[in-house]
Design a protein around this ligand. Structure first.
Ligand code: MN
Ligand code: MN
Length: 327
């Protein structure tokens, strides 16, 4: 295990590094690190990555987006926008989420997915906070930003967690298949935050496969995973369950290429929750923009602070006044 350099203080609050705070910060910084590491090789094949980098294991920037070293992309930025709206309202409120995404798009982000852009444009035109159900919306754009929901609904009842998932997802993505995959990622993060094991996470993945067989991940090796969520999660699950640490699992998933910043982001939030902040290599954390590190750690703490788990309450995080439910 790597020890953080003394100059690096991702935990200015002094909370214990082996408890819930460390896992929540690990999840948020795991997401950012996976996004930054994977973005360099996004849309490359494993063979192209090998030729160019050998094994890609350092945060270098570059890639098709010509990123600066340590720069993050829409996966982390949309998570921060969502988290900001939840912290401002004290709950997941579809209108506030849609406004936050719209403001983010106004800032001319370095990258934005087609389905995300279409959903935000529709909100601007109609004021509606949920797009109509569409089987083609099972892209990974809602899943890549789901972490703030996992944090703020920790300890809430299953219906409430599922409703919060739909509320944030349906602003841009609306399909039962996508909802099921994203909810499973949220439940994996929450299980890990509460001290669950890798085997517990595997049980959740198996339950998803039973409910939605498109998520089967035990066949051929997932390489060049695309933006379709079952493909994305196949690569994430295979890499996650094949390793016993954050670093090796992360290197495995991004070297599969394809939508590598997003597989890195999703694996990072789960693996960071499971193994905690101190399991993330210090050189990856150092490579991130310090402002992003601060936003991630502050949001992790704030969102956990809202959760029923932390507050010993039920039902205070999620707004169910629900224009997002399918009619
Ligand atoms: Mn991205
Ligand atoms: Mn991506």
């Amino acid at each position: 295990m790597l020890v953080l350099a003394p100059s690096f203080d991702p935990n200015p609050t002094g909370l214990p590094l082996n408890g819930l705070a460390a896992r929540a910060m690990g999840a948020y910084l795991g997401l950012a690190v996976g996004d930054a590491l994977g973005a360099t090789v996004e849309f490359m094949t494993p063979a192209e990555i090998r030729e160019r980098h050998g094994v890609h294991r350092n945060i270098l920037g570059g890639g098709w987006l010509r990123l600066g070293k340590g720069q993050i992309t829409d996966d982390t930025e949309m998570s921060l926008a969502l988290g900001h709206s939840i912290l401002a309202k004290g709950k997941v409120e579809p209108q506030a989420v849609a406004e936050a995404f719209s403001a983010w798009m106004r800032g001319k982000p370095v990258d934005i997915g087609h389905t995300v852009r279409r959903g935000i444009a529709r909100y601007r035109q109609t004021g509606e906070t949920a797009v109509p159900a569409n089987a083609y919306d099972a892209g990974n754009g809602a899943c890549m930003r789901c972490l703030p929901v996992a944090l703020c609904t920790l300890g809430a009842g299953p219906d409430e967690v599922a409703a919060a998932n739909r509320a944030q997802s349906h602003v841009t993505h609306h399909s039962p298949l996508g909802d099921a995959g994203t909810l499973t990622v949220i439940l994996m993060v929450q299980t890990a935050l509460r001290g669950g094991t890798l085997a517990d996470l595997q049980t959740l993945a198996e339950a998803l496969v039973v409910a939605e067989p498109e998520y089967r991940y035990d066949r051929r090796r997932a390489e060049n995973p695309g933006g379709y969520l079952p493909e994305t999660l196949s690569a994430v699950f295979q890499a996650l369950f094949a390793h016993d640490g954050f670093e090796t699992a992360m290197i495995d998933v991004v070297n599969r290429g394809g939508d590598a910043d997003t597989t890195g982001a999703i694996l990072g939030m789960i693996a960071g929750a499971l193994w905690g902040l101190h399991a993330i290599p210090a050189h990856w954390l150092h490579a991130l923009d310090p402002k992003v590190v601060r936003q991630c750690t502050e949001q992790a703490e704030g969102l956990i602070g809202l959760s029923p788990h932390r507050r010993g309450l039920q039902g205070h995080c999620v707004s169910l006044g629900d224009s997002s439910m399918p009619g």
